[in-house]
Design a protein around this ligand. Structure first.
Ligand code: HAM
Length: 420
């Protein structure tokens, strides 16, 4: 591929034949989420940079290293959204959510993170996400997880693994962080550079570091739940009970902390063995998200699934690909200018009656036009030349059986309507 035709690293073109699989994910999302009372929300792909800095937390890796930030002509700092939750919460401030009136929304679209591209890791990737905003109850957290499992089922994705954990309430953070800092300090000189800076900046993140040299100290780290209040422990217990009642299998993973700072209480992630190193297909949790000029956080629970990764899992599981919605089943062959004039008009009549058609517009031989019909995999061709025009007929050829019949234009339309 030449330099000019390749898109920038970490991005991809999605061609018409692949788009069918994306439609299928989106319609599964619309179907399942609407069963739980969620409506679709579309927010801008860029926001004021502060929305993400404040929303996700200044110390997160996404904010520190991965954002695409630029200045507009008015000197405002804007950022391409690295995730959906912060922008959705900004939009939610325009609703009754701060008065405790629950909002249920879902979204899908491109997100942007300047990460090192790898299999399943892109710089422009797509998420389908859900947010239940304005209320707090362990049952809502469990319902949100159940809805994610329902969505995966609708996408015919089996064999995924659900891991959950709790990050406790904001008030639980300090004692847990102090204990973690105290524990990791004697090991830190042998740990990776990222963990060295995490010790002061964001000690929780050490817990899900994947570097080999950090695994031993991480394995024996104290269980942070021990430092949480009884209230927080009970909240998590209730989430687990509700999931069990719903028959949802899960593993409690004490090292699961998630990479964004807004999480409180329940956090969860779904992984799938059909993927490589980037094996998380979805993640989420409960949050208290602060926005610029807002001293009270927006509360909610939600998740996002990576669409590229869902498609990779479907492929690994050999879920049959959907029909290409853009395949054109009828091709009109014209021999001579008068036939072409007729066919251009007839093609429009066929389209208006719902039959997708391509009509040849250039003066080409019969052989060349048949080659085109084969290339586009046409099911039927209609052939029109001078003698067909004189008799007011078209030759209709079934490309799979090779059968041919002479039909009037009206009969050809009725025939094709019955077949397509
Ligand atoms: P996240 O875990 O950062 O959470 O992303 C969710 C999912 O997006 C991941 O599990 C993964 O499937 C996909 N993903 C993330 N980064 C990439 C990438 N570079 N390339 C391909 N796929 C990727 C969030 O974004 C939160 N906003 C989720 C949430 C919603 N929490 C509460 N509400």
């Amino acid at each position: 591929m030449s330099f000019k035709s390749a898109p920038p690293p970490g991005t991809a073109d999605i061609f018409p034949a692949e788009v069918a699989s994306w439609y299928r994910l989106e319609s599964a999302a619309r179907k399942v989420f609407s069963l739980y009372g969620y409506g679709e929300l579309r927010t801008p792909v860029f926001e004021y940079t502060e929305v993400f800095k404040r929303g996700l937390g200044d110390d997160t890796e996404v904010v520190q290293k991965e954002m695409y930030t630029f200045e507009d002509r008015g000197g405002r700092s804007l950022t391409l959204r690295p995730e959906g939750t912060a922008g959705v919460m900004r939009a939610m401030l325009n609703t009754e959510v701060m008065n405790g009136i629950e909002q249920r929304v879902f979204y899908s679209g491109p997100m942007f993170r300047g990460e090192r591209p790898a299999a399943g890791r892109r710089r422009q990737f797509h998420q389908i996400g859900v947010e239940n905003v304005g209320r707090m109850a362990p049952e809502l957290d469990a319902e949100c997880i159940a809805m994610l499992m329902h969505f995966l089922e609708e996408c015919q994705i089996s064999g995924s693994k659900l891991m959950i954990n709790t990050r406790g309430a904001i008030a639980d953070r300090k004692p847990a962080e102090d204990a973690l800092k105290q524990y990791f300090t004697p090991f830190i000189s042998s740990m990776c550079d990222d963990c060295k800076s995490r010790l002061e900046r964001n000690v929780w993140r050490i817990l899900d570091c994947k570097q080999e040299q950090c695994q031993n100290p991480i394995k024996n780290a104290p269980d942070v739940v021990n430092f949480f209040s009884e209230e927080s422990k009970n909240y998590f217990k209730r989430v687990c009970e509700t999931l069990r009642n719903a028959g949802i299998e899960f593993t409690v993973e004490p090292r699961l902390v998630r990479g964004l700072d807004y999480y409180v209480h329940t956090v969860f992630e779904i992984s799938h063995s059909g993927l490589g190193a980037q094996n998380a297909i979805a993640g989420g949790g409960r949050y208290e998200l602060y926005l610029p000029d807002n001293n009270k956080p927006v509360i909610g629970v939600g998740f996002a699934a990576g669409m590229e990764r869902l498609l990779m899992v479907q492929e690994a599981l050999k879920v049959s690909p959907p029909e290409d919605p853009f395949k054109v089943p009828v091709y009109l062959i014209s021999l001579g200018q008068a036939a072409r004039d007729f066919n251009m008009k007839f093609a429009n009549e066929l389209r208006k009656s719902g039959i997708p058609v391509i009509a040849e517009v250039e003066d080409k031989s019969m052989k060349a036009q048949m080659r085109t019909a084969n290339r586009i995999n046409a099911k039927f061709v209609l052939i029109c030349g001078d003698s067909e025009l004189q008799q007011n007929i078209l030759v209709c050829k079934d490309m799979s059986s090779g059968e041919q019949s002479n039909l009037s234009p009206g009969d050809a339309m009725t025939f094709l309507k019955g077949k397509i």
